[in-house]
Design a protein around this ligand. Structure first.
Ligand code: GDP
Length: 322
């Protein structure tokens, strides 16, 4: 029988790739999206090509009744909770909004699953920001959390809710603690997309230089399509559990910059300028995930090197000019 999935955050990088993956696996795919989003073609651009293969339900994740009604209609076998306000830098107003919407939406989903369909499996998108300033390197599933942003705190608190519903209520609920993962659909605020966009503009003579922060900052950068496949695999296991989702390899912003500019036949050193505004508080230990559990339990293999990820991003950016 056809499986049914419900996705939150379908318009984003991960949600849209996940929807493609589930369609290819013959799932019936449903998603909760804001009413305003349904009327905004720019916000729907990542899923425009699959719109006739999915069912979008207008609803707000901050509203229990709205999620309840949609869930009751869909009664999914699997639910992927990827939506969430992701900004690490925030204003005071956004602080309340981020905490309450990120935490409540997870809580609503868990309680609704318990009430309406306890067999539904839930994947929750965690983040390396839960380690904030990490206390050890690399980080594994037992590393103590040390979040340094409201976003990180909202994810840590949701992680404990997930764990509680799993242990006390027997719900198949898992958190994937995801490190950075990139693709042509990455949001513009991330350094990878910023570099790719600028490199292509410079190549085309539309921009002269790029302003960046700390080029020696390092990240554990993976490939977004690999991460959505991992999400699905995590829900196909016999037992629910939490996993670090990472590559275990670090690369610097400078390396990323070099790969991107070199691919276009440019030398990044001719075009970059340091701008203090883009510097962050110093990172004593970098965020880098220990992939041991992911590999031994899920048998996961990464399909693209950083070079290949950058190339795909640049090629997609160039296509935008055709
Ligand atoms: P995130 O911080 O992991 O959510 O991802 P980003 O892509 O925003 O940043 C990755 C790293 O790039 C961080 O360590 C930043 O300090 C560093 N970085 C250096 N220059 C920039 C910049 O101009 N913009 C951003 N966003 N990050 C920068």
């Amino acid at each position: 029988m056809k499986k049914t999935a419900l996705i939150t955050g379908i318009t984003g990088q991960d949600g849209s790739y996940l929807a493609e993956l589930l369609i290819s696996k013959e799932y019936e795919v449903h998603a909760i999206v804001r009413r305003e989003t349904l009327e905004n073609s720019e916000k729907l651009k990542n899923i425009a090509h699959i719109e006739n293969k999915i069912t979008l339900h207008a609803g707000s994740l901050s509203d229990h009744l709205s999620i309840y009604k949609i869930f009751a209609k869909v009664l999914p076998d699997e639910c992927y909770h990827l939506a969430g306000s992701t900004f690490v830098d925030y204003s005071f107003d956004e602080e309340f909004q981020t905490i309450s919407s990120n935490f409540s939406s997870t809580h609503y989903l868990l309680s609704i699953i318990k009430e309406l369909k306890p067999a539904c499996r839930l994947f929750f998108a965690g983040t390396s920001e839960m380690f904030g300033e990490p206390v050890e390197f690399p980080q594994n599933e037992k590393t103590p959390f040390n979040p340094k942003s409201i976003y990180g705190i909202s994810k840590v608190s949701s992680y404990y809710l997930i764990k509680n519903y799993r242990e006390k209520e027997n719900i198949f609920a898992c958190t994937g603690i995801m490190y950075n993962h990139e693709s042509p659909r990455r949001g513009n605020q991330f350094v990878t997309k910023k570099i790719v966009t600028a490199a292509v503009k410079i190549k085309k003579g539309l921009q002269k230089e790029i302003f960046l922060g700390n080029l020696d900052a390092k990240r554990d950068w993976g490939y977004a399509k690999d991460y959505v496949l991992m999400m699905w695999k995590i829900l196909q296991q016999d037992k629910a559990d939490d996993y670090i989702m990472a590559t275990g390899k670090l690369h610097s912003v400078r390396e990323f910059l070099d790969i991107a500019f070199s691919y276009l036949g440019l030398d990044y050193r001719d075009y970059f300028k340091i701008d203090q505004r883009f510097f962050r508080a110093s990172e004593k230990l970098p965020l880098c995930g220990d992939t041991e559990k992911l590999i031994s339990a899920i048998g996961f293999q990464h399909t693209k090197s950083l070079h290949e990820i950058v190339e795909e991003m640049i090629e997609a950016e160039l296509k935008g000019y055709e």
